[in-house]
Design a protein around this ligand. Structure first.
Ligand SMILES: [Zn+2]
Length: 240
């Protein structure tokens, strides 16, 4: 039995019983956890608005034993991300980030890089208008920090360097194939132009300021989306 304090981001809440909430949070110390917030649906509950989705808060949790749900004793707002809630498109972008983090992380395993990424990502969603690109960068980095970084430097079958010709992304192999090797396999593939490959590589490592200066054409953004949708669906086992 132990009591611990940690920063957390609210991923999801569902009603529980008469007046409680079951809250899924991404914590800095213990990764994704579920906790019961007793009385959270009562008027003037001590949790106030701290358990709204996307809220960054400081929580105190009581961890009874591995087989029993944690109890949330306290939650204090650090940053409510109010501007996200005022705009449907921002809500959509933030929801996609939160859903991906939730789907890709196992319970109870700390991942400080994904915690920081989600916190930074929500901050960008609140203040930036390039929402589609932002979500794609989040997806690319979230997969990387979860151990599923796409391998884009050479063909995964013949190991030759990729030239300027179109290449293919194989979700099953988690990376690129040259045109010749792509013809030899029957798994679904996504066509990718060489410019898009460069964009995918940069998105995994460049700082945010640099990423917002990149000029991606609508066609490249569509290819990035096709690749990421296919990769995420393969990794998670279902469409997000
Ligand atoms: Zn090849």
């Amino acid at each position: 039995m132990s009591l611990f304090e940690t920063e957390a981001i609210v991923l999801k809440t569902i009603r529980l019983g008469e007046a409680d909430k079951l809250v899924t949070i991404l914590t800095a110390k213990k990764g994704k956890v579920k906790a019961v917030a007793k009385g959270a649906r009562r008027p003037r509950s001590r949790f106030g608005a701290a358990l709204e989705p996307f809220t960054h808060c400081n929580v105190i949790l009581f961890d009874k034993k591995p087989t029993v749900l944690m109890r949330m004793n306290q939650a204090d707002i650090l940053h409510p991300f109010i501007r996200i809630r005022e705009d449907l498109e921002r809500i959509g972008a933030a929801a996609r980030m939160v859903q991906l983090a939730s789907a890709i992380l196992p319970e109870g395993e700390a991942n400080p890089k994904i915690f920081s990424l989600l916190q930074a990502g929500l901050g960008k969603v609140e203040r930036n208008d390039h929402l589609e690109w932002l979500v794609r960068v989040f997806e690319i980095r979230c997969l990387k920090h979860a151990g599923y970084q796409a391998r884009l430097d050479h063909c995964l079958i013949c190991h030759n360097e990729l030239d300027a010709k179109p290449v293919y992304f194989s979700p099953k192999n988690g990376g690129t194939l040259c045109g010749s090797c792509a013809r030899t396999i029957s798994d679904p593939l996504e066509f990718v132009s060489s410019g898009t490959i460069s964009l995918l590589r940069l998105a995994a490592r460049m700082n945010w300021a640099g990423l917002f200066r990149l000029k991606a054409t609508p066609k490249m953004l569509q290819e990035v989306k096709n690749v990421m949708d296919a990769h995420l669906t393969y990794v998670i086992g279902r469409p997000l």
